[in-house]
Design a protein around this ligand. Structure first.
Ligand SMILES: [Zn+2]
Length: 145
């Protein structure tokens, strides 16, 4: 799917999502999107694309919980149904697996959401800035915290 906005260049959503899932810049796919575990770089270190416009907020956590829950809960139910292990085995198995899956997925899902916002030219990714009624948005450099 390619989204076009007037006279601006079209941005393909699928490739941008794939780059975001790899935690790479949605524009060039080479630069790292994050400079820390979940801290999005202000600009791509490879191509200079501005990434600070993102407003992922709680969406990455929401989608991570949704995805991890839809994997772990059915697995736990199947294991309980088939093997009926002791409760401590469930705890020893599913808690670390849930944590590991969530920690692995969270930055990838956040990368995909930032890439989606970039592809759809949301929140200032349209090149027109991130201003809301004359005020700087909280994610824009120079805005008060
Ligand atoms: Zn880039």
């Amino acid at each position: 799917m390619t989204v076009e906005y007037g006279d601006q260049d079209a941005r393909a959503v699928g490739p941008a999502l794939a780059k975001g899932l790899r935690m790479r810049c949605p524009s060039c796919g080479k630069g790292h999107m994050f400079h820390a575990y979940l801290k999005v770089s202000d600009t791509c270190p490879a191509c200079g694309t501005e990434l600070h416009h993102h407003q992922a907020d709680d969406a990455p956590a929401y989608f991570t919980i949704l995805a991890v829950g839809h994997v772990i809960v059915p697995l736990a139910a199947v294991v309980e149904r088939v093997a009926m292990p002791a409760m401590w085995i469930h705890m020893a198995l599913w808690i670390p697996l849930s944590l590991a899956t969530a920690l692995f997925s969270l930055p990838r899902i956040k990368g995909a959401l930032v890439a989606l916002q970039w592809a759809l030219r949301m929140h200032g990714f349209d090149g027109k800035g991130n201003k809301m009624e004359g005020h700087l948005a909280p994610t824009e450099p120079g805005a008060a915290a």
